[in-house]
Design a protein around this ligand. Structure first.
Ligand SMILES: [Zn+2]
Length: 172
């Protein structure tokens, strides 16, 4: 109920979000990410959905399902040759990568490597970072929301209120 009220308040007073995810989809995805860190390594996922006026996350595709070695060094590294299956899945479902998420051991700021190696190097793409191996904050306000500007430059939108990323129901 509290989340419905916050959604309604935002519809009336706030900026519409750029990225949304239904609460149950986000919770289930985060639980799975937390599990995959084993409390000691980074984990992450492509966030698939549809593009319209806003982008809605519908599915998590975990990096270690795309590339079994993606997490083996402790930080996320995906072999580009493994991405064919992901693009085939996107073609088959009509979904596309609307954002990405990964887990950090500590804070939710981007590492130098995160900034230098965008998972999807597309202007406007949002990279979400969950701090503390996803055992702490998992909602906008307490997590990293970084938007790609192109040319290895990013805008940190983590602290914006209202946040460009909204978890919960959104109309239309
Ligand atoms: Zn990172």
């Amino acid at each position: 109920m509290a989340s419905l009220i916050s959604t309604l308040a935002r519809i009336v007073f706030g900026q519409p979000p750029e990225l949304t995810c239904r609460r149950e989809v986000w919770r289930a995805g985060i639980d799975e990410l937390r599990h995959r860190t084993h409390g000691q390594r980074e984990a992450g996922a492509f966030l698939l959905g549809r593009r319209g006026k806003r982008r809605e996350i519908e599915e998590f595709v975990f990096y270690d399902d795309v590339d079994p070695n993606a997490l083996s060094t402790g930080i996320v590294e995906i072999d580009g040759r493994r991405l064919g299956a992901l693009w085939a899945h996107c073609r088959a479902t009509g979904l596309c990568v609307v954002a990405d998420v990964h887990v950090h051991p500590g804070g939710h700021g981007q590492s130098h490597s995160d900034q230098a190696n965008p998972i999807i190097a597309e202007v406007g793409h949002i990279a979400v970072i969950l701090p503390d191996f996803a055992t702490g904050a998992t909602s906008p306000g307490g997590i990293g929301v970084h938007q790609y500007l192109g040319n290895k430059r990013w805008r940190d939108r983590s602290r914006e209120r209202p946040n460009p990323f909204h978890i919960g129901w959104w109309p239309g």
